[in-house]
Write a protein that binds this ligand. Structure first.
Ligand code: GRF
Length: 213
């Protein structure tokens, strides 16, 4: 088991529902010094989420807050917020977290919740984005990191990466190609976030280059 030192560095939480490959890529990037912050906690809403094992193996604190145990979204989100506070998280990263957040949650972390989505938003929001892209016949898809607001896959776009759609792609092939781009993009956005390079103005987010400062 490896753990993180107690410091006053930024502390990000990752919320997952399943595999957790984006979560792992963020944790590994932080551990490698590419993100100047520590992974504070990984929270899953599903007890059997595969990513939980991987997080535990890396010595990252984990918590399960099962949504079925709550009467409604607000109650569930209240429990998740408690865990985030216990672990002193200052940024919430959704990574394959299959739940819409309630207004209470969003108000608790204003401008401090990010999500990654496997399409070039606003194209193909919601589930099965890669299948939607194939069915629509687009030649380029990709992934988007965006701030989270109350609507699904809707908040201000921070960064996007384009990925070609090939003639012989099926959903698995395209998803795998997009996932590689996701891992790179999300870690880079967190790096820039913690370096203080993101400048938000309404829906527009500029990534400031050090020379612009
Ligand atoms: C990713 O494609 C992400 O963009 C989407 O759900 C998938 C989660 O994959 N929101 P993983 O759990 O990070 O491996």
């Amino acid at each position: 088991m490896t753990g993180d030192p107690v410091t006053d560095a930024g502390r990000f939480a990752v919320l997952i529902s399943g595999r957790g490959s984006n979560m792992l890529s963020l944790v590994n990037a932080a551990r490698a010094g590419r993100i100047p912050a520590l992974p504070a906690v990984v929270i899953a809403n599903v007890a059997g989420a595969q990513g939980l094992h991987a997080a535990r193996d890396l010595g990252v604190p984990t918590a399960v807050v099962e949504h079925q145990a709550s009467a409604n979204r607000r109650e569930h989100d209240g429990k998740v917020l408690e865990v985030l506070r216990e672990h002193d998280a200052d940024l919430v990263c959704l990574a394959g977290y299959m739940r819409l957040l309630s207004p209470v949650f969003i108000a608790a972390y204003p401008g401090r919740i990010l999500n990654i989505h496997p399409s070039l938003l606003p194209a193909f929001p919601g589930p099965d984005a890669q299948r939607q892209a194939l069915e629509h016949g687009v030649k380029i898809s990709g992934c988007t990191v965006h701030f989270v607001d109350e609507q699904l896959d809707h908040g201000p776009v921070v960064a996007q990466a384009a990925v070609p759609v090939k003639d012989d792609d099926d959903e698995d092939l395209l998803s795998a190609r997009i996932l590689e781009a996701e891992h790179r993009l999300y870690a880079e956005v967190l790096r820039r976030y913690y370096l203080g390079h993101l400048v938000v103005s309404g829906r527009r987010v500029r990534i400031q280059e050090p020379a612009d400062e």
